[in-house]
Write a protein that binds this ligand. Structure first.
Ligand code: ZN
Length: 114
């Protein structure tokens, strides 16, 4: 049920934003989902559909953009994607530290009809 509450929170935010811009209908919602967020795209879609039945979100297209966690090289500053268990910089083999966690889950964009 943990996931359900997270999606419910995001849907609430979407509806509030739409309300403040006088939307009659929401056509497309884009969400950013980090690969380490622990959320499954499939369950997000199910919950989203469930939560959008009786409001202006009904029939909206849902786009989920997956993002990988990113590392930053301590030596040369290169930002690179975290692949498997490799923490080393592709340029200089220096050690990378986390630059973005990959646990993101947020609203990237909402398209509305007013
Ligand atoms: Zn480097």
């Amino acid at each position: 049920m943990h996931e359900y509450h997270i999606v419910e929170g995001v849907v609430k935010q979407i509806l509030e934003k739409a309300k403040s811009s006088d939307a009659k209908k929401i056509t497309t919602v884009t969400l950013v989902l980090g690969e380490l967020s622990g959320l499954q795209e499939e369950s997000i879609r199910v919950y989203f559909e469930n939560l959008s039945k009786d409001n202006i979100l009904a029939g909206a297209k849902l786009i989920v953009k997956p993002v990988k966690s990113k590392l930053k090289c301590k030596d040369c500053g290169t930002i690179f994607e975290h692949e498997k268990s490799d923490f080393n910089c592709p340029k200089c083999s220096g050690l990378g530290v986390l630059a973005s966690s990959g646990k993101e889950f947020y609203i990237d964009n909402i398209e509305i009809e007013s």
